[in-house]
Design a protein around this ligand. Structure first.
Ligand code: M6R
Length: 613
């Protein structure tokens, strides 16, 4: 949460690079934005509450002079409400240096008291400003040794940070940065040196990026960067070549990133799955996950958050069905603070789009401490989760910018199904013939997804959404492998439309939730051709008999016949049906949010990656 950018250029003014970087990173937080630029003589600051557009307007109205070094920030507020004063950067050292921070300084109150006693004056209510002043005090004491000052300041801090300071050194303006928890990436471009909390900010300048490790300190000048480890020793971190095209992160002609990303799903599925399928052998090829690595797996422990957790739930059904290995699924945020018991030969499975979700990282670290190997299903190249895992299956969704996750979800589910096939083939539970049947179904899915995304289908979903946009609440119900799709449909709707929605296992309705049903409630039924289809149908009849308004998604015609609105999906295997059923639910949420006038790509109170607790 929060986006950080920085650049030290040889001669060109830095401001445009900072603003472009912030534009790419605005999905990381959009409560306020700010920049600080070093002119060579002084540090200029401009920061504004609200969206980046407010900052740009303020900059246009000011005489913000040229300078070739600067830092910028887009904020997701933790301590102190969104305001101009609480926006980053924060100045310290009599305005001689500026700082941006992502993370939480847990002992900020104690440190604030100590600094106040030294006569420091605070301009904001943030925890972050404490770090700015701490560094300034140490910098003054260290006789200009910025690295020594930063180490001394950070030694007093409890918490998590990606932090960058803009300051003067003997050789001119420079940036010094450090990481403990949230990510930081650096790159050398043709015109200078660049810093970002997310590699997307760096791609316009270089496709070779270097990720700081926890404890690292980086010093950026116009000529390059140096890294130092937690003990202060110079350290080389191998550059990672990123094959994303930076223009993929643009919205292009689409009104929203979310709609663009929903429509990318057929291609994302193909990129994630097709090259890994070996239909002749009835198997999939996952480097590092050959028979030897998987044969002994006795149990799988899924840890993830939000939408990624729902993909983990689908994966559970697939693994238990195809590989006959028991799977536990848990919120990473709960798992990490329990005293969990893992049996021998547990494979920990972390699903995460960003690879930087703090709870997922912590939960998988705990799994490793408990003796499990860690397999990550991740979308962002070089992310912490990728670097820390024993095995990785990359999803090839490309940059996902919409805060509501869509294409990353289907890619995670597809990767989970590949894993289930590989595990089943490795341990002998899955025949080549059955594997071929699933692979054949996967091969057809790209076209079937496209059928759900035609102009006509989208118009249909827009009108279905119109019929339900005023409902007072929504219950999404499903069974079996479509129960997690009910959870996902409800999450999508509430996060972008701000209406109350719950996902329920349909069989649980009579244990409480059916009491909610009245004509103001929409019930979204997610069904599939399965032995449970009859039971779903009778659940739908029961809510309909109590006045609930039904929207039926799936391929079961008898359930559709009961509903006010229908979205028919092409028939596929039950195990693959989540990959189709979720698409109308994504469109349903999108169009309801659109009709309610919500800010779809930047829903209130949210940010794309939850890198702090
Ligand atoms: O980057 P991750 O996949 O680890 O993120 C997990 C969740 O924060 C994320 O899926 C979140 O729930 C989305 N906003 C849902 O659309």
């Amino acid at each position: 949460m929060c986006g950080i950018v920085g650049a030290v250029r040889r001669s060109e003014p830095v401001l445009s690079a900072l603003i472009e970087g912030l534009r790419v990173l605005e999905y990381r937080g959009y409560d306020s934005a700010g920049v600080a630029v070093h002119t060579g003589e002084e540090v200029l600051l401009c920061k504004k509450q609200g969206r980046l557009a407010n900052l740009e307007a303020a900059l246009a109205a000011s005489s913000f002079a040229a300078g070739s070094a600067g830092i910028g920030h887009t904020r997701w507020a933790t301590h102190g409400p969104p305001s101009d004063a609480n926006a980053h950067p924060h100045l310290a050292g009599g305005g001689q240096l500026a700082m941006v921070h992502n993370g939480i300084i847990e002992n900020h109150q104690d440190l604030r008291v100590q600094l106040l006693e030294k006569g420091v004056e605070f301009a904001s209510q943030t925890d972050s400003e404490v770090l700015a002043h701490l560094f300034a005090v140490e910098f003054a004491a260290a006789d200009g040794d910025a690295r020594a000052a930063l180490r001394a300041a950070l030694a007093q801090v409890d918490g998590y940070y990606a932090v960058a300071f803009l300051l003067s050194t003997e050789s001119g303006p420079a940036i010094i940065c450090a990481r403990q928890g949230p990510p930081l990436v650096v790159a050398q471009g043709p015109g200078g040196t660049y810093l970002g909390s997310d590699l997307l900010a760096l791609l316009p300048h270089s496709s070779d990026v270097v990720f700081l490790e926890d404890g690292d300190i980086g010093v950026l000048t116009a000529d390059g960067f140096e890294l130092f480890d937690a003990d202060g020793n110079p350290v080389e971190r191998a550059p990672k070549e990123i094959d994303w095209d930076p223009t993929e992160a643009n919205k292009g002609p689409w009104p929203h990133h979310m709609l663009k990303e929903i429509h990318e799903q057929p291609d994302v599925l193909a990129r994630t799955v097709f090259d890994r399928m070996d239909e002749q052998a009835g198997d999939v090829v996952l480097p590092g996950l050959e028979d030897e690595a998987l044969r002994s797996v006795q149990r799988v422990q899924v840890v993830a958050c939000g939408t990624a957790l729902h993909a983990g739930w689908v994966t559970r059904y697939a693994i238990e069905e195809l590989a006959r290995v028991p799977v536990d699924v848990e919120f990473a945020s709960e798992f990490r603070y329990r005293n969990p018991v893992l049996v021998e030969d547990t494979l920990a499975l972390a699903l995460t789009q960003s690879g930087e979700t703090a709870d997922t990282l912590a939960a998988t670290r705990l799994c490793r401490e408990l003796g499990a190997r860690v397999l990550a299903i991740c979308n962002v190249q070089g992310a912490s989760q990728v670097r820390e895992a024993d095995h990785v299956i990359m999803t090839h969704a490309g940059p996902e910018i919409g805060v509501a996750s869509t294409k990353a979800f289907t890619a995670q589910v597809a990767a989970g199904i590949l894993l289930a096939i590989r595990l089943g083939r490795a341990n002998g539970a899955l025949s080549a013939e059955r594997a071929r049947e699933v692979l054949h179904g996967l091969r057809s899915l790209r076209f079937q997804m496209e059928q759900l995304l035609t102009r006509e289908k989208c118009e249909h979903m827009r009108s279905v959404a119109r019929n339900h946009a005023a409902a007072k609440g929504f219950l999404f119900i499903g069974r079996g492998i479509n129960f997690p799709i009910a959870l996902e449909g409800a999450l999508k709707l509430k996060e972008i439309s701000y209406v109350h929605a719950e996902g329920y296992a349909a069989g649980e309705m009579k244990h409480g939730p059916i009491a909610l049903i009245d004509p103001g409630m929409t019930i979204v039924s997610v069904n599939a051709p399965s032995p449970l289809a009859d039971k779903m149908r009778s659940n739908v009849e029961q809510v309909q008999a109590r006045g609930g308004v039904v929207f039926s998604v799936g391929s079961d015609q008898a359930t559709h016949d009961l509903a006010r609105d229908v979205c028919s999906v092409p028939p596929t295997l039950e195990i693959l049906s989540p990959l189709l059923n979720v698409i109308p639910l994504q469109l349903f949420s999108y169009y309801i949010a659109d009709q309610r006038g919500c800010d779809i790509d930047k829903p209130r109170n949210l940010a794309k990656s939850v890198t702090v607790e």
